[in-house]
Write a protein of this length. Structure first.
Length: 104
């Protein structure tokens, strides 16, 4: 099947958190403003939830995966649980806010 593994889910959530923290830190360093960090987090949250809604409305195919599928094709057809699609923007916004509070 094209459903992602539990390990894949955990790794993407953890790496996403670290990327968001770094993004929040960079936003704060560039803008010198906590307001910009909050706006950045809000944008990530809003767009992420919109993408989650879009994914929730997409019909799952539950295709059987053949042995001769390229990595690109497997990635394109991958199916993650819906809760992951909604958790990612929450983690992203949270990470941005954390990164925006780090002082140099």
């Amino acid at each position: 099947s094209y459903q992602v593994s539990d390990l894949w889910i955990v790794l993407t959530l953890v790496l996403g958190l670290f990327a968001a923290i770094f993004g929040g830190f960079l936003c704060r360093m560039i803008s010198k403003s906590s307001g910009a960090v909050q706006i950045f987090a809000a944008i990530v949250l809003i767009l992420g939830i919109a993408m989650g809604i879009s994914e929730a409305m997409t019909e799952k195919t539950n295709e059987v995966r053949s042995g001769s599928v390229t990595n690109v094709e497997a990635s394109r057809r991958s199916e993650q649980p819906i809760w992951v699609a909604f958790l990612n923007p929450l983690i992203g916004a949270f990470g941005i806010l954390i990164g925006g509070k780090v002082r140099k």
